[in-house]
Design a protein around this ligand. Structure first.
Ligand code: BGC
Ligand code: NOJ
Length: 808
């Protein structure tokens, strides 16, 4: 069952009922100022860091689940309703929410009044616009009262939800005409405030929450809205809000636009005040000037659309199947931009107060983002590398505002350093910018202790070699990619964090997954070593990878699949010797991607085992059979009921590894079949089962052992976005920037007979036409009409157009 449809021409998902199976959200903002917005107007806003600079308040896990946002209420002669349906939930004659690229439009109509609200963050602005368009669709004149309302957050979102003895005495505001200034803590160390304004005279306002809602009133019927007027309250402590009242008269057919702005404003420390106690409003006024008319908002929309037109023109496909094209051309890159910006901080499953930027997560996010804005990828790489520790290990997370490693979590996740190699290799392949390797970058942000970026990669690579266990496999440390495989941890204390608990001394648990990742990184690392004129290091890396492959085949091969790990006691995990957790997805994907066992047959066998044991109608499960009880020696993985999260769900992040692996052995049909099972555009038709947004990937879909098999959770912020983009574009469609040229090596399913791809890379434009005759494995290429050997097309000069035809 569907709850809306794609509008491909507009690049929107159009939701046609407010009663979707879960709030379906979107993101506003592309660079510094961000907002989350659900299809019924729920959500919140922040400047750069969802924890430290939260502008508006949102209560997670609420009843109903999604209440709190930037809302507009109507009092139409006593009839109170909200055009976003929530929070009043009065029935609408018409409802539509359109989620587009960095904007959302929500329309509600009732009793002859249509209200369409456009929400967007203009490029280059630290503000969001809510343009409210009222249309009298009836035959009689209307006089209604319109109210805006949002709740201000006292900046630090964690403190805001926990420290009431202080917070309830802090709030301060100013009101100047139609502009409300939220200035809590501005009197002390902050030099920023928020504004909430409208480009029209108002007939009232409220800034004190209790006055607007009533102490016992709620979002469904605020006292002021029901009474039909605000009270011009000035918040003093308690909870500050920004509410405007505007009386609107509309003749039949008349349309009126109101432009509301919610903005973040900073002053220089020396220029904070206009007069004692009165904030310097000059930058706020300048901001409001930029968006004081509806035409200015139209212009901002045009700019935003052309920004996305340009970004998305980097890679386009025409495959003949709209479900493929809309995923690859629009929604997947869009999600990659969001994961790049947010890491794992703020979604409807991440509260924005929990995690900073993940070292491994951010590096993986780059894989799907680097082609969109390479310069921002470059900056991110240097930020991440600057948090690396001198011994090559890495803080697991860092804070975006301070760019410092997070001491609470610390380091010890032994896969982390290798993801830096993956990220840098993707960036250099995309751009050819070898100069980045020579950039001088600190270790642990210490300006006294620096090295070139290549030196950082070298320490990453050697960190693995220096930390090997009894079988010669990499030590897992705290955990590897699977954060929940805590093999050295042995936690018996309820509620203790598996991420931070002290590990047992002498932990010698080993990870076959890290071995696969190591072998996978090695060729790229060696090529980068050659680029910095370190050929011996390149040789060393290649030899180390060959040796590690051999170790994997000796100690990491179980007979029908790759073993997952060795535990603290040296027992196998993910082996036919185990009762539960006999086979895991990660080493099957990564070892085959690394090429281990491809020549000697283990790869195909492992992939066949995946197909037999882990595959379901909804995607590939992480492991089988799931753990049915808590295992002290395994940690968090066994805390989840069977079929959820790492304990046997369909963990969408690792599914594309198997897709890529299938293309490594030339099985395009299987790769594509796996992709279709988890790709949201293909799951749209079972939205009542999947429940989350049909336009973005979710981290997990419940596995077959869970009662709710097929139900997704944790949409948006997941490495699933980047890896699926890599799988479908670089391996199935097969267009992959490499150091020495653009590799064009499609591995297509039989059902895709003709495919056209355009790819912009290093300033040249590649137009690729693929005729699929079902002989995947041996594509024949012609470049500008001339047949070439192999599948790597040398990069054309900037500005050139290169025509490539492929027969496969
Ligand atoms: C989740 C993992 C996640 C980890 C991060 C765990 O509870 O199951 O998916 O990586 O938390 O802290
Ligand atoms: C989500 C985390 O963000 C990611 O870093 C981890 O690899 C996966 N969960 C698997 O545990």
């Amino acid at each position: 069952m569907r709850f809306g449809h794609f509008s491909d021409a507009a690049r929107e998902y159009v939701i046609t009922t407010p009663r979707t199976p879960y709030p379906w959200i979107n993101y506003l903002g592309t660079e510094e100022y961000f907002g989350l917005i659900s299809h019924t107007g729920g959500g919140y806003s922040f400047y750069r860091d969802a924890r430290m600079r939260r502008l508006t308040r949102y209560r997670y896990n609420n009843v109903p689940t999604d209440v709190g946002g930037r809302y507009f209420y109507v009092n139409d002669d006593g009839d109170v309703w909200t055009p976003s349906w929530a929070p009043v939930q009065a029935e609408l004659d018409h409802f539509e929410a359109r989620h587009g690229l960095s904007y959302t439009v929500i329309t509600g109509e009732r009793n002859g009044l249509r209200i369409e609200t456009l929400y967007l963050v203009p490029l280059g602005a630290t503000a969001e616009i809510h343009r409210v368009r009222l249309t009298n669709t009836g035959a009689t004149a209307k006089g209604v009262k319109l109210f805006s309302i949002l709740e201000f957050n006292l900046w630090n979102a964690l403190d805001d939800q926990t420290n009431y003895q202080r917070n309830l005495s802090l709030a301060e505001v100013e009101v100047d005409g139609s502009t409300i200034y939220h200035k809590t803590e501005y009197r002390e160390r902050r030099n920023h405030y928020a504004v909430h304004a409208v480009n029209a005279p108002i007939s009232g306002y409220d800034t004190d929450r209790e006055t607007f809602f009533g102490l016992y009133g709620g979002w469904n019927a605020p006292d002021a809205v029901v009474a039909g007027h605000c009270h011009n309250s000035i918040a003093s402590g308690w909870s500050p809000i920004g509410a405007h009242q505007i009386d609107v008269a509309l003749a039949p057919g008349e349309v009126r636009d109101l432009v509301f702005v919610l903005g973040y404003v900073e002053n220089e420390p020396g220029a904070k005040w206009e007069s004692p106690g009165v904030v310097n409003k000059a930058p706020a006024r300048a901001l409001l000037q930029r968006f004081s008319t509806s035409e200015q908002v139209d212009a901002a929309m045009v700019e935003l659309r052309s920004y996305w037109d340009d970004l998305l023109s980097t890679f386009t496909v025409d495959s003949g199947d709209p479900r493929v094209d809309r995923m690859v051309n629009v929604w997947n890159p869009y999600q990659c931009m969001v994961t790049f910006n947010m890491s794992r901080s703020a979604s409807y499953f991440e509260t924005g107060i929990g995690r900073g930027m993940g070292f491994r997560d951010s590096n993986q996010d780059l894989l799907g983002f680097v082609h969109l804005v390479p310069d921002r990828a470059r900056e991110r790489i240097l930020d991440i590398a600057a948090t690396q520790l001198p011994d090559g290990s890495a803080y697991h997370q860092y804070q975006l505002l301070t760019k410092r490693g997070n001491h609470d979590i610390g380091s010890g996740f032994n896969d982390d350093p290798l993801w830096l190699i993956e990220g840098v290799a993707a960036y250099v392949s995309e751009t050819g910018d070898l100069a980045i390797l020579d950039e001088d970058v600190p270790f642990d942000n210490d300006p006294e202790d620096t090295g070139t970026l290549f030196e950082h990669l070298r320490r990453s690579f050697h960190h693995v070699l220096h930390n090997r266990g009894p079988h010669g496999l990499p030590l897992i440390g705290r955990a590897d990619w699977n954060d929940c495989l805590n093999l050295n941890c042995f936690s018996e204390t309820p509620g203790e964090s598996f991420q931070t608990t002290e590990n047992l001394a002498g932990g010698s648990a080993e990870s076959v997954f890290i071995a696969g990742l190591f072998v996978h990184c090695a060729p790229d690392y060696a090529t980068l070593a050659e680029a910095v004129r370190a050929p011996e290091e390149a040789d060393r890396a290649r030899r180390a990878a060959a040796a590690m492959s051999a170790v994997v085949l000796d100690h990491g091969w179980d007979g029908d699949w790759f073993v997952r790990a060795y535990d603290y006691f040296g027992n196998k995990i993910g082996s036919s010797e185990c009762d539960e957790g006999r086979i895991y997805i990660e080493p099957q994907g990564f070892c085959v991607m690394a090429g281990i066992g491809v020549e000697s047959g283990e790869a195909v066998r492992a992939l066949d085992s995946v197909g037999k044991i882990l595959d379901t109608d909804h995607g590939i499960m992480l492991l089988q059979p799931p753990y049915t009880s808590y295992h002290l020696e395994l940690g968090e993985i066994s805390t989840y009921p069977p079929g959820y999260k790492e304990n046997g769900s369909i963990f969408c992040h690792s599914n594309p590894w198997v897709m890529i692996a299938e293309t490594m052995v030339g099985r395009g049909d299987r790769a594509f079949a796996y992709w279709k099972k988890i790709a949201p555009t293909f799951r749209e038709e079972i939205s009542e089962v999947h429940r989350l947004e049909p336009y973005v990937y979710a981290q997990m879909i419940a596995g077959k052992d869970a009662p709710r098999h097929g139900e997704a959770k944790n949409s948006w912020l997941t490495g699933t976005a980047a890896w699926n983009f890599v799988a479908i574009t670089q391996h199935i469609l097969g267009v992959k920037p490499e150091m020495e040229g653009l590799r064009v090596q499609p591995c297509l399913p039989a059902e895709m007979t003709k495919v056209e791809v355009t790819r912009r890379c290093r300033g040249a434009q590649y137009r690729i036409t693929v005729a699929n005759r079902g002989e995947s494995g041996s594509p024949r290429l012609a470049v500008d009409g001339q047949p070439i050997n192999g599948t790597v097309v040398p990069y054309g000069p900037a500005g050139s157009i290169v025509e490539i035809t492929v027969d496969c």
